[in-house]
Design a protein around this ligand. Structure first.
Ligand code: GDP
Ligand code: MG
Length: 184
């Protein structure tokens, strides 16, 4: 016979063990480019401000005008796509600002601050949502890349490859900011 009392006295199952990660392992680096449209529209300062405001640290920065060969390396995942010609024309059309940013889960956080690829559907408050307006159909109709101001690495693996492509080890710096006292 079922003994109700002993059934209800049974201990609730233990919470499964979740491996605790070290804080250091959650600090990432990502590559950001202010594309030629952002440089030529004089938005460099306002774009960088968005990352600095979030307490994200700049650990590498330079201006560079890349050639077509380098563009193919940077956009290797896109070279076979029909839109690639327009993308290459765009990224080599003027200098870009290349940044390496560091922070807590920064690859994902930076993509959130940047907003969706298509500015038309990027929400207000994001860089692409506030400063750009292209749609896929408009850019495709003009055979040009969507002008969306920013490149940001899509995931941690991509970030590691892109940082190694754009920066040498001695161009990346380690230093303390006030955010490390108040944010981390
Ligand atoms: P991102 O990671 O948000 O920059 O987007 P992707 O890696 O998918 O694409 C790289 C860049 O190519 C985008 O930022 C756009 O400038 C451009 N692009 C992507 N998809 C399209 C498309 O369907 N049409 C056009 N015209 N441009 C595109
Ligand atoms: Mg991408």
């Amino acid at each position: 016979m079922l003994n109700l009392r002993s059934e209800t006295m049974k201990k609730t199952p233990e919470k499964p063990e979740v491996k605790k990660l070290s804080a250091e392992s959650l600090i990432e680096r990502t590559l950001v480019l202010v594309k030629p449209d952002g440089v030529q529209r004089a938005l460099i300062g306002r774009i960088i401000q968005r990352f600095e405001d979030a307490g994200i640290k700049i650990v590498g920065a330079k201006m560079r005008w890349i050639d077509r060969e380098f563009a193919k390396k940077h956009y290797s995942a896109h070279v076979t796509k029909p839109m690639y010609k327009g993308l290459e024309d765009f990224i080599v059309s003027g200098p870009v600002i290349a940044l390496v940013l560091e922070g807590v889960s920064v690859v994902e956080t930076v993509r959130k601050i940047v907003g969706s690829t298509e500015p038309k559907s990027a929400i207000p408050g994001t860089i692409r949502g506030d400063f750009a307006q292209h749609s896929y159909s408009y850019a495709d109709a003009k055979n040009m890349a969507i002008k969306n101001l920013i490149h940001a690495s899509g995931n941690l693996e991509e970030a590691k490859q892109e940082i190694a492509l754009w920066f040498s080890k001695d161009e990346l710096h380690t230093y303390k900011t006030v955010h490390e006292i108040h944010v981390f």
